[in-house]
Structures are given as structure tokens and as C-alpha cells.
Design a protein around this ligand. Structure first.
Ligand code: ADP
Ligand code: MG
Length: 535
């Protein structure tokens, strides 16, 4: 009988139950990388990329992104961490650990030969029950009270930052983050909070600017003579080069005499002066351009008491436009009030070693900028990521204000709830749901392990307390004990937990449903293909 060749030589294919198990093992290995970063006592990771760039982080999503995972199934975990990051911003470590534990608990069922579809159905059912239950028990503080809302938001922010490098300053930063988010308009657009880093100074020197701020751009002579402060200035936002163009190196212009050459040069100047005059006559006091503003233009503006900045980064220019109104122009032909922005106060001021352009009191969109100060570059980067987590959490909490208690409290309560329900279900689903209930305990257990506590002891205490109806009992990180985390103000938006659970369960189902991997041979490996040409 002739052999049928279906796939290219060098293709790896593996299938069946052993394939699922090997995928689960791969995921376990990834989870082991991040598990020690969970919680307030979690450790940080230092990662060095191929180019030698070092990153220190405690953020699950950042770590997963940098891990450069090649295993196809384990990549799923990277994806859920990313999606958790994009969707709610916090809980990225939790989601990976949960998914890993779900898989671990499902492994014995796979080994015993329970069909994947049955396991998947069980996992989905358990998740659904858990999400329903979170919605039932989540606490909704009153929203109409401004002070109470602010307090709620600050507590959520503090919990999100409690596990980060900046946890010593979390009170300082949680106030700042809440302040920043409350400045935004109702849609709470994330890109309206700019984050800038200036090295030097202490973390507590970090400041919040109500408006747009960006670093002074490269400037030419004449800049010193420009005023650096305006009240109610008109702002022109341009995408125009205000510079004398250098002649092209390889262009050929044939001229008969010197006068003709002079005409060419004059034309260049006329074009530039024409543009500058139009800008001046429009009444604009501050001129920002994405493209360079040369020395002639700088001098011209200086003589007329105007301020200019060229090479403004795209994102800053856009934020200024959103904040101050007006539009970014590519021509000066019709420069009038309808396309000029404005703000209450503009100034250039010194922050640390850098000079900053500050636009305050912007009429259009509400926007703000956080300027992070601190020592090492990596430290400031991690601070930025931590602030991002906190900002996301505050946004979420403001939109959807139900909270649950963290520190493993909600997980223990869910675990108890699922265990109770599983007893009322007959069949294999009973085992599966109670396995998921067991898996949920991984969060408090890991929090204990990371803090160096006796996890078995604390988990037993927690189970007992929850059985007695103490719903919000969780790990007390400070006293190596259990405590009511609702009272202790370790709060998390319920949405974070719901999203983490659903994402972890989806990832579990996905990995369980893959029973065959076929890997094409990498190009460049194996025998060279016939034919000519470079490879
Ligand atoms: P993630 O990336 O999942 O947010 P974190 O490292 O931020 O990971 O850890 C979050 C976990 O730490 C949550 O389960 C949260 O409830 C818990 N946690 C945060 N602050 C405290 C605290 N003060 N006491 C106990 N647990 C806490
Ligand atoms: Mg967190």
C-alpha cells in the first residue's frame, strides 16, 4: 500500500489526551513565573531583553508580554493577561494564576479520561454561577455623596497600588489618581491623562497639572527673547514646517546669472514670511507645530511677543487640541478664530532639570497631566505602570461602583458558594464544580505564601470563618491573620473579579478543547528547496 504523505516533512504533530496534558504542563510553567508577584508582599521581576534593556515590574501583563513565550498553548495565558490589562487594567496576575489553577484542577479529570466537552461544560457552569454570585453580593455604596464616592475611589486605588513598588506612597498617589480621574469628563477617556517622567527628585515631588504639559522642545536662538507666560492666549496648532528649506543636494538648477539665483532665494524667504505674517495676523500668541520651527521663524515670533515650539510630539499636540480646542492645520491659508485654540493660562516653567510647557484651565475637554519624579529610570517606568493600573481601577469603579473585598475574601466566599451548590447537582458536574471551588482558593493561598505565612493554617481559619457566615473574611497581610477586609478597606471593583474569572475560564476551556497541535517546519530549517536564488 502506498504511503500517503499529507504534511510537509519536518511537520510536528501531536494529538490526543497526552497533548492536552502537555499543554497544561506548559501553562503551569508560565504560571510559576508570575505566581510570586501576587499581592502586597509579592516580589518583583527583573527582566532583561535581548538588547539589554532591563525592566523591573510587578505587573502581570508586563511580565507576560516580556516573557516572549513560544509555546503555542501557553501563549493563551499571555493573551488573557493582556486582555485583562486592556479591559480593566488590574488583576492581571490574578487572572493568570487562576487560569493555571483551573487547569491544574482539571488535569486529573483529563487523565482519567473524562471527555473534554464535559469538563468544559462544567467549568462554564461554575463560572456562570460564580459571576452571578459576585453580582449578588457586591456592595454598592451611595453614589450621590461626593465625599463618599471619593473615599471609595481612593480605597480602590490604594488597593490596586498596595501590591506595587510604590506601596509606601500609596496614600499620596491614590489621592492624586482620584483627583486626576475626577477632572475628566463623563466618558473618562484614558488618553486625556498624560503621564510624563522627569528624573530627579523624590517620588513625593510628583505633581498633577490640571491641563496639558509637555517637555520644552528643541528651540533655536531667539527663543530666550520670547515671552514665557500668557493669559488667555490664542493657540495655533500646526503641522507645517516653518523653516528655510535647504537646497536638495542632488538637484540641478541651471541659472544664467546671479540675479536669477537671488530670485530663487528670495522666493524661499517670501514664502516663509508670508506664512509667518498670516500666523501673526490671526492673533495667535502661542504657535505649536509638529514639524520644526527654524531660527528665522523663532526670531520673527520673538520680535512680535509670540511664543513658539516646534517638533511637538504628535500625542501631545493632539491632547492640546482636544483640551484647548481648535484644529491642527496643514496650511495657514485660513487661520481664524474658529481653528485657534485657547486656554486660561500658558506658561513655561522649570520642573526638575527640564523645562515644561504648561497649558492650564483648558475650556474644551477636561484633561490633566501627571509628572512623575523619581530616581532610576526603571523605577519611574514601574511607577507609571502602577499609576496606570490605579487609574484604570478608579475609572472602572467610577463607572460601575460595586465593590467586593480583596485579599482572597471574595475568592473564599465564591469557593464556599460553589461547594454548596455542587452538592445539589448530580453527576460529573458535581466533581467539576467542586474542583473549581478548590481552585479559587489559590488566590488567598498564594497571598499567604508570598508573605511567608503558613497558608494551610490561614486557609483553614478562612474556611471556618466563611462557613460561619463572615462573608468578607480575607488574609490580613499586616498581622499574619484573617480579617474582615471590607472593614479594612481592601476593596476591589467587582468588575475586576468578574472579568478575571471569565477570562481565566475561557482560557481553560480553550486549552482543554485543543487536542491536536500541528507545527509547520520553520522556514530556513530542513533541506534547502530546489531552484536558484537567494534565500
Ligand atoms: P494583580 O496584577 O492581579 O492585580 P497584584 O499583585 O496587584 O496582582 O495583587 C492583587 C491581589 O492582592 C488581590 O487579590 C488583592 O485583593 C490583594 N491585596 C491587595 N492589597 C491587599 C491588602 N492590603 N491585604 C490583603 N490583600 C491585598
Ligand atoms: Mg493589582
Amino acid at each position: 500500500q502506498p504511503q500517503i504523505i499529507l504534511l510537509k516533512e519536518g511537520t510536528e504533530a501531536s494529538q490526543g489526551r497526552s497533548q492536552i496534558i502537555s499543554n497544561i504542563n506548559a501553562c503551569q510553567a508560565i504560571v510559576d513565573c508570575v505566581r510570586t508577584t501576587l499581592g502586597p508582599r509579592g516580589m518583583d521581576k527583573l527582566m532583561v531583553e535581548a538588547q539589554g534593556k532591563a525592566t523591573i515590574s510587578n505587573d502581570g501583563a508586563t511580565i507576560m508580554k516580556l516573557l516572549d513565550v513560544v509555546h503555542p498553548a501557553a501563549k493563551t495565558l499571555v493573551d488573557i493577561a493582556k486582555s485583562q490589562d486592556a479591559e480593566v487594567g488590574d488583576g492581571t496576575t490574578s487572572v493568570v494564576i487562576l487560569a493555571g489553577e483551573f487547569l491544574k484542577q482539571m488535569k486529573p479529570f483529563v487523565e482519567e479520561g473524562v471527555h473534554s466537552q464535559i469538563i468544559i461544560r462544567g467549568v462554564r457552569r461554575a463560572t456562570q454561577l460564580a459571576v452571578q454570585f459576585i453580582n449578588e453580593i457586591a456592595v454598592k455604596p451611595k453614589k450621590d455623596d461626593e465625599a463618599e464616592l471619593r473615599q471609595l475611589l481612593e480605597k480602590c486605588a490604594a488597593t490596586a497600588m498596595g501590591s506595587k513598588l510604590i506601596n509606601q506612597q500609596k496614600d499620596f498617589f491614590s489621592k492624586m489618581v482620584v483627583e486626576a480621574v475626577l477632572m475628566l469628563d463623563d466618558l473618562l477617556p484614558l488618553n486625556m491623562i498624560g503621564i510624563k517622567k522627569v528624573s530627579g527628585g523624590a517620588l513625593e515631588d510628583t505633581l498633577l497639572v490640571a491641563g496639558v504639559a509637555f517637555k520644552k522642545t528643541f528651540s533655536y536662538a531667539g527663543f530666550e527673547m520670547q515671552p514665557k507666560q500668557y493669559t488667555d492666549p490664542k493657540i495655533a496648532l500646526l503641522n507645517i514646517e516653518l523653516e528655510l528649506k535647504a537646497e536638495r543636494d542632488n538637484a540641478e538648477v541651471r541659472l544664467e546669472n546671479v540675479e536669477e539665483y537671488q530670485k530663487v532665494v528670495d522666493a524661499e524667504w517670501t514664502i516663509l514670511y508670508d506664512k509667518l505674517a498670516k500666523i501673526h495676523s490671526s492673533g495667535a500668541k502661542v504657535v505649536l507645530s509638529k514639524l520644526p520651527i527654524g531660527d528665522v521663524a523663532t526670531q520673527y515670533f520673538a520680535d512680535r511677543d509670540m511664543f513658539c515650539a516646534g517638533r511637538v510630539p504628535d500625542e501631545d499636540l493632539k491632547r492640546t487640541m482636544k483640551a484647548c480646542g481648535g484644529s491642527i492645520l496643514t496650511t495657514v491659508a485660513d487661520l481664524d478664530d474658529s481653528v485657534l485654540g485657547t486656554c486660561q493660562h500658558f506658561e513655561e516653567s522649570q520642573i526638575g532639570g527640564d523645562r515644561f510647557n504648561l497649558f492650564k484651565g483648558c475650556p474644551q475637554a477636561k484633561t490633566c497631566t501627571i509628572i512623575i519624579r523619581g530616581g532610576a529610570e526603571q523605577f519611574m517606568e514601574e511607577t507609571e505602570r502602577s499609576l496606570h493600573d490605579a487609574i484604570m481601577i478608579v475609572r472602572r469603579a467610577k463607572k460601575n461602583d460595586a465593590v467586593v473585598a480583596g485579599g482572597g475574601a471574595i475568592e473564599m466566599e465564591l469557593s464556599k458558594h460553589l461547594r454548596e451548590i455542587s452538592r445539589t447537582i448530580a453527576g460529573k458536574e458535581q466533581m467539576l464544580i467542586s474542583a473549581i471551588a478548590r481552585a479559587l482558593e489559590v488566590i488567598p493561598r498564594q497571598l499567604c505564601d508570598n508573605a511567608g505565612f503558613d497558608s494551610t493554617n490561614i486557609l483553614n481559619k478562612l474556611r471556618q470563618k466563611h462557613a460561619q457566615g463572615n462573608r468578607w473574611m480575607g488574609v490580613d497581610i499586616l498581622n499574619e491573620d484573617v480579617a474582615d477586609n471590607m472593614e479594612k478597606c481592601v476593596w476591589e471593583p467587582s468588575l475586576v473579579k468578574i472579568n478575571a474569572l471569565s477570562a481565566a475560564s475561557e482560557a481553560t476551556c480553550l486549552i482543554l478543547s485543543v487536542d491536536e497541535t500541528i507545527k509547520n517546519p520553520k522556514s530556513g530549517e530542513g533541506p534547502a528547496p530546489p531552484g536558484r536564488g537567494r534565500r
